[in-house]
Design a protein around this ligand. Structure first.
Ligand SMILES: [Zn+2]
Length: 89
């Protein structure tokens, strides 16, 4: 069982959250012409990294806010959590 430190609510059980995928994927710029392949890559193509990874999680049974979680995918260690729009260095 993971415990995730929601930046809005504090430490909570993983059961209160829904996984939202890779937080590093950038949506193509609005009104910019892109190929079908680029759009397809944005929608469907995801990496499955081993190690440190930045993820989106939705605190669905809590504050209902999206947050970013820096987690090791092999050990499940959580290094840090961020609000959804927080700048990450
Ligand atoms: Zn929360």
């Amino acid at each position: 069982m993971l415990y995730i430190n929601c930046p809005h609510c504090g430490l909570r059980s993983q059961n209160e959250f829904a996984y939202g995928g890779d937080a590093t994927v950038k949506r193509p710029e609005l009104n910019k012409e892109i190929s079908d392949q680029e759009w397809d890559n944005f929608v469907y193509l995801r990496k499955s990294p081993r190690g440190k990874h930045l993820e989106l999680w939705h605190h669905i049974s809590g504050c209902r806010q999206w947050i970013k979680v820096e987690r090791d995918t092999s050990t499940h260690e959580i290094f840090k959590t961020y609000t959804a729009n927080e700048a990450i260095e």
